[in-house]
Design a protein around this ligand. Sequence first.
Ligand code: DGL
Length: 262
Amino acid sequence: MHDKPIGIFDSGVGGTSIWAEISDLLPNENTIYLADSKYAPYGKRSKEEIIELSIKNTEKLLEINCKIVVVACNTATTNAIKVLRSIYDIPFIGIEPAIKPAAIHTKTKKVGVLATKGTLSSELFSKTSDLYANNIEVIEVIGTGLVELIETGRINSDEMHTLLASYIKPLVIQNIDYLVLGCSHYPYLIPILKKMLSDKVTIIDSGEAVARQTKSILNIKKLLNPNLEMGTHIFYTNKDADILKNILRKSNTKLNVSELDF
Ligand code: DGL
């Protein structure tokens, strides 16, 4: 049981930003990553479709014998994790925009949240926002088109710079001092975002928190892998393996990336 893999899924390649944090914190755990790129972006889909796709991905990860599932997608977490937890008898870890730390630390009382339409319109996001951010201004921006560009390998393209600038400029004018990245694809945009934002704006993403939560739940459930060797990592995509390989190329791990129909 203990050396069974941690299953991770996302609507595409973006959740590898979460995988990287998990494999850093838990280097001896084995992982299986599913990039559901064929159906990306989830952000535009209905809640029902997102639930259906999340069930499909979970079924695949269970078939491969995963001991825990990390939903490395804000859109899938905010729309589907409740249903997943009600169906399956294994632990699920989710990811949500990190509004809480931003709300606690903001001095200008203005926080920007960049996320998908599916996340920003979800009940879970509005609950979290009401709970932690009721005395500050939360400026929500839908990152329309960003996931599509990342999914087609255009992270550093001119189109990306132009699109991102159109989302970020209004936030700068409104004097935010925290920018919350509410989509697991967006950490790959941090180098560009840093050039667009002054040092006074702190960028927050949830990757590290998800990795810590994964470790904590594995520990509580007594599922941590006691083996001391380095874990193995397998990546599957139902679209283009080259895009996934490319986004992973900076990781030091030996990569095992292939295409799979799911
Ligand atoms: N990585 C997904 C998220 O965290 C992207 C959503 C999408 O596919 O639109 O929300």
